[in-house]
Write a protein that binds this ligand. Structure first.
Ligand SMILES: Cc1ncc(COP(=O)(O)O)c(C=O)c1O
Length: 401
């Protein structure tokens, strides 16, 4: 959650450089812009941070998923397996692509369960979208292995986990492509914005063309004369957003370090409380520390625990009841209400199997979420505030566990 907590002089200075040129558009105006290409520079820095050669900036994390799917060749009717605990945008983007989201369970990492993923594969499955939720990595090595055995695309939704890694590699860089969000609640923010990263130049070129009305970005001719290989859309980031992204990238190491220090102080206290189990982190995995998630023994103690600590001013989320992050609570998805007539894309001829959804289709996810408390880790937490939160948590544990 830090991006919005640290907006200030660095961002202002970067945006002023854009206003000094008067060019808010990321392309063209070679003479007027005096070498200022903020979005391009942001893409380069972002790719470098994540250890990949290519990054394509777009307008949001939802757009990033849509652009990545187009770039990876996902088509109407394809089944895409993803977890039922995610922000609804993951499902929305799949549906916008005309594809069919197939909900999968989570495991103790609170991310996609590899075994349920394997069980949900059908002849129509084209891709899997593991979502690294609440800052921490999924069992991505196992997921990639299963995907590889079944010739499936892996698109990592990394909106919530910039900076997390597995075996020294940043999440988002391990599958065929990774997507990020820079909305107000993310590790870095550009107000709204997103990024697609990939190590595959062909996927990158398709993403860059799709996100810009199909322009093939031929440097030898002016924009008006550029060619196009297929129809695209407009998901272009503005120079103001690129400028803010650059300032936020400069802050990123300190953001990650600060949230790590804050999270570890609370984690140390929690790990000594009997009856509390911390969320699993896969072997070789490094958390980005945006949240601290833990399990209580059962749903009634978790609900009571949540009520108790929030009433004492501790910021905490009980995701089982959250309206936007758990399939169980998405009545419009369950009823297959899309913006198109006839529930497109859920019916034949697009969808082979005419999938149906129900609130109880992910019992394991429901069990995990009913026992989970998530503490958002703020950059602005003082030692006194951390001590107070830990004290309230210890008191609640004494009373409830
Ligand atoms: C897991 C996940 N995917 C995608 C998105 C969509 O990002 P945006 O809000 O930038 O469209 C979000 C945003 O919260 C998210 O948490």
């Amino acid at each position: 959650m830090p991006g919005y907590e640290w907006i200030g002089d660095k961002e202002r200075e970067q945006v002023n450089q854009v206003f000094d040129t008067g060019i808010l558009f990321r392309f063209e105006f070679k003479d007027e812009r005096k070498g200022v290409y903020k979005v391009r520079e942001f893409e380069e820095k972002f790719a470098g941070f994540n250890g990949v050669p290519c990054a394509q900036a777009v307008t949001s994390g939802t757009a990033a998923l849509k652009v990545a799917m187009a770039a990876l060749g996902i088509k109407p009717g394809d089944e895409i397996i993803t977890q039922g605990f995610t922000f609804i945008a993951t499902f929305e983007a799949i549906i916008e692509a005309g594809a069919i989201p197939v909900p999968c369970e989570i495991d103790d990492t609170l991310n996609l369960d590899p075994e349920d993923f394997r069980a949900k594969i059908t002849p129509q499955t084209k891709a899997v979208i593991p979502v690294h939720m609440l800052g921490s990595p999924a069992r991505i090595r196992e997921i990639i292995k299963i995907a590889h055995e079944n010739n499936l695309i892996v698109l990592e939704d990394t909106a919530q986990a910039l900076g997390a890694s597995v075996d020294g590699k940043k999440v988002g860089s391990l599958g065929h492509a990774g997507t990020f969000s820079f909305d107000f609640y993310k590790t870095i923010t550009t107000g709204e914005g997103g990024m697609v990263i990939t190590s595959d130049p062909e996927t990158y070129i398709r993403a860059s063309e799709y996100a810009d009305h199909g322009h093939d970005h031929n440097p030898a001719v002016g924009r008006a004369l550029e060619g196009r290989n297929f129809l695209g859309f407009n998901y272009r980031m503005t120079e103001m957003q690129g400028a803010i992204g650059l300032a936020q990238m400069e802050r990123l190491p300190e953001i990650l370090e600060t949230q790590k220090n804050n999270q570890l102080k609370i984690r140390n206290v929690l790990s000594n409380i009997k009856g509390i189990t911390l969320r699993g982190i896969p072997s070789g995995g490094v958390d980005s520390h945006t949240h601290l998630c833990f399990f209580l023994p059962d749903s009634s103690s978790a609900a009571e625990f949540h009520k108790c600590i929030t009433s004492k001013g501790v910021s905490a989320i009980y995701f089982k009841n959250n309206l936007w992050h758990f399939l169980h609570n998405w009545e419009h998805l369950l009823a297959q209400k899309t913006a198109w007539p006839g529930s497109f894309p859920f019916r034949k001829p697009y969808c082979e199997s005419e999938i149906s959804y129900s609130a109880d289709m992910l019992p394991k996810t429901e069990d995990y979420l009913s026992r989970t408390i998530a503490l958002p880790i703020s950059l602005k937490l003082t030692d006194a505030a951390i001590d107070k939160a830990c004290g309230e948590i210890e008191q609640a544990a004494k009373a409830i566990l």
